[in-house]
Design a protein around this ligand. Structure first.
Ligand code: DGJ
Length: 730
């Protein structure tokens, strides 16, 4: 039977914390197929019978598909029965169940004192809320297993962006406690998905791509650091052989959770392949009392023809929040570190204002007892010895110079050498009375404790009110060891939500030893991420390239540092450093009082260029060309109306060729003509050429099609040189 019970209009997917889902009426609802489409993506669920829904298709949209076509698709998808296998092959469901004969990783793992470990759910109701046609919709599935005493509720939301997000809630309906070991969700991917891409990383070098063949077995990426982690899988992508930014179908999953998490891809010898994930629970971490409910985080899934299209869908999904222009930031960390001296900082405020900064952020070092990284965390009072009049003299100067004020905090942490730790040693997260090994001389504050939570909330609230703080850089500088990560992560989310409810205009940056907390869970309550402590231009090109697979550039904090990088020791041109920051949320982290007049003048030009272009770059489409020379990177942002674009051609290292040859510039309107010309203050090209490419002198007018299919002859560049190109509709 072909279906669809429209329960209600789903409305705006971002309208509420639960995506606008309301309780569904009892009864079966849908008994057939659910077909949702949005932004070129299609999702077909087979909801016939009592088993959990099966995904018949997740990928390119299937327009003009009728109910009869869906019935045919279901029939055409059925496999043969082969020797020595189940008489009826097990279809993979969103929460794969071993009881159906699924031999891969089960979706739900748990037990009741050794019993009820193999649930088999029966669907009681499926509700669908369509938005406008081809604008996605939401599906709610209610299922129970009376024998195991469990009820499962699944939510799927194909958002307008084309991103599919899924989450589940498990209720213990029996009268005894149920121990939950894990609940993950999975989506099938086709046989054409033969390669995997995911990420690893470390402090100062986050999101390093790793690629491999999608072979038989499970590729499981577990994050156990108590935070997202600089080595997180981030997005796990599977795709057609040789997929790149512009070509090859890809299917990516991301777990929107800032605690321990699992992301995986699995291929069975039977040919089925899935990608999925969820929260990673340690044994006994979640025990469900009778009637209690566990909710998973959202698992996000995006398809694309090429990584750029997949990323574009994630960007659309995330770009629903702040719409104000992203201000130019000056952050004090690499400028003064812990040397908080009012005169020195006042000079920095003036220098910041002179180059055009709009926000001044006072980093670590302002609170009681904080002279270095050994003491003070937890004592969130302005240090009276360094700041006898509080931060007021500094903040007043910041405002007088036309900037707003931001402050660094690390609310989840505590130094044993702090007043708060001395007064409340029991507030430190400890297992069986045993303190975890210290990292950076610090421990985690147990925010599950109401008194500790309340103290931190009140302190943050008081600081934000007293100094009219516009922006908190919210740091988290250690992995958690021996911790109740589930409870702590929930408490941190609650803390941020409550603070934001008290201060709706407050912006928060997610920082964690640089970029170790970049996920869509934290981004529901923060406004940008600090992608890395490394602001060396070359390293940052790579970190931003891959962070932008999930996040739009204006949510990725990117700062111009001093000529000599503090983390790599390399010395680089301002063109490379600022031309890299231009493609993110632009900021400066450099002791400008020590910069030369020429450097400041050039920096002013970069700031002005950022301000002139952010109106459209922050809403534009990110484009990365697949250039065959790994040493030459070509990337840019095309305005939403495709009237203009900004591209960078970056020599990441010396290349193997004498001439870079032609570089393609994709993503523009193939039917329009564009004037292409190098843009100052980007590096002047051709420094090694006897005669530069002739078109560089006056620019050239070419069609978008020529740019994408043929390209332009690129100038020879020195390693670490960045050429900026502006393309405008001719
Ligand atoms: C780690 C952050 O990533 C840095 O930017 C800086 O804020 C330091 N912490 C301060 O301790």
């Amino acid at each position: 039977m072909a279906i669809v019970e429209t329960v209600a209009d789903a409305g705006d997917p971002y309208s509420g914390p639960d995506g606008g889902l309301a309780a569904r009426p009892a009864g079966r609802g849908v008994d057939g197929f659910v077909h949702l489409q949005a932004s070129g993506v299609g999702l077909v669920l087979d909801c016939r019978g009592v088993r959990l829904p099966r995904v018949l298709h997740w990928g390119r949209a299937l327009p003009h598909t009728t109910d009869a076509d869906l019935t045919a698709l279901a029939l055409a998808s059925l496999p043969a029965t082969v020797p020595n296998s189940l008489d009826t092959p097990a279809p993979v469901t969103i929460v794969p169940e071993s009881a159906t004969g699924w031999f891969g990783l089960p979706g739900l793992r748990g037990h009741r004192d050794g019993r009820h470990w193999s649930p088999l759910f029966e669907v009681e109701h499926v509700g669908v809320a369509h938005r406008a046609p081809e604008d996605g919709g939401e599906v709610t599935v209610l299922a129970t297993d009376a024998r195991c005493g469990l009820a499962l509720e699944l939510h799927l939301d194909l958002a307008r962006s084309g991103v599919l997000r899924m989450r589940a809630a498990l209720r213990n309906t029996a009268s005894e406690r149920y121990t939950l070991d894990g609940l993950v969700m999975a989506l099938p991917v086709p046989a054409e998905a033969t390669e995997l891409l995911d990420f690893t990383g470390r402090w100062s070098r986050e999101r390093i791509p790793q690629r491999r063949v999608f072979s038989a077995g499970a590729h499981v990426r577990d994050g156990r650091r108590g935070r997202t982690g600089s080595d997180a899988a981030f997005i796990l992508v599977t795709g057609e052989e040789g997929f790149g930014f512009r070509s090859g179908q890809v299917w990516g999953v991301h777990v929107g959770w800032s605690g321990n998490h699992r992301t995986y891809a699995e291929r069975l010898p039977t040919g089925e392949s899935v990608v999925g994930g969820g929260e990673l629970l340690r044994s006994g971490e979640v025990g469900l009392a009778p009637g209690a409910v566990y909710e998973t985080p959202w698992v996000y899934a995006a398809h694309g023809d090429g990584l750029d299209e997949m990323a574009g869908r994630f960007h659309r999904q995330v770009r629903s929040r702040r719409t104000t222009p992203r201000p130019v930031i000056v952050n004090t960390w690499e400028a003064v570190y812990f040397d908080h001296d009012l005169d020195r900082l006042t000079a920095l405020v003036d220098a910041a204002a002179d180059v055009g900064a709009e926000r001044f952020v006072l980093d670590d070092g302002w609170f009681r007892g904080r002279r270095d990284d050994r003491a003070g965390l937890g004592d969130w009072f302005v240090d009276e010895t360094r700041w006898p009049r509080g931060l007021h003299p500094l903040v007043e100067r910041v405002r007088a110079r036309g900037m707003d004020f931001g402050l660094w905090v690390e609310p989840e942490m505590v130094n044993p050498d702090s007043d708060v730790a001395r007064a409340h040693p029991d507030w430190i997260m400890a297992t069986m009375g045993r303190l975890p090994p210290p990292v950076r001389h610090q421990q985690a504050l147990d925010l599950r404790r109401p008194e500790a939570y309340q103290y931190i909330l009140e302190r943050l609230d008081a600081l934000v009110s007293e100094y009219r703080i516009a922006f908190l850089k919210w740091d988290h500088n250690r992995d958690l060891v021996d911790a109740d990560v589930h409870g702590q992560t929930r408490a941190v989310y609650r803390l941020m939500d409550e603070l934001r409810a008290r201060h709706p205009e407050l912006e928060i940056e997610s920082c964690s030893s640089g970029g170790a907390r970049v996920d869509l869970g934290i981004l529901e309550r923060t406004d940008r991420v600090w992608a890395s402590d490394c602001i060396d231009g070359v390293e940052r090109q790579a970190i931003q390239r891959w962070t932008a697979l999930l996040l739009p550039p204006e949510l990725i904090g990117s700062h111009v540092g001093s000529a000599r990088s503090h983390t790599t020791g390399r010395t680089q041109s301002l063109s490379l450093r600022a031309g890299t920051a231009l493609f993110g949320h632009f900021g400066i982290e450099w002791d400008l009082t020590a910069a030369t007049d020429d450097e400041r003048a050039e920096l002013r030009q970069w700031v002005s260029l950022y301000k002139r272009t952010r109106e459209w770059t922050h809403r534009g489409t990110v484009v990365r060309a697949d250039h065959p020379d790994p040493a030459l990177w070509v990337h840019g942002i095309v305005s939403a109306d495709r009237d203009q674009a900004l591209f960078a051609v970056v020599a990441m290292a010396t290349g193997a060729r004498t001439q870079p040859g032609r570089v393609r510039i994709p993503g523009l309107d193939p039917h329009r003509r564009y004037r292409v010309h190098p843009l100052a203050p980007g590096d002047r090209p051709g420094t090694t050429a006897v005669a530069p490419n002739p078109w560089l002198a006056e620019g050239v007018v070419v069609t978008g099609q020529m740019l994408a299919e043929v390209g332009l002859s690129a100038p020879p560049l020195h390693p670490e040189q960045l050429l900026l190109l502006h393309l405008t509709k001719a």
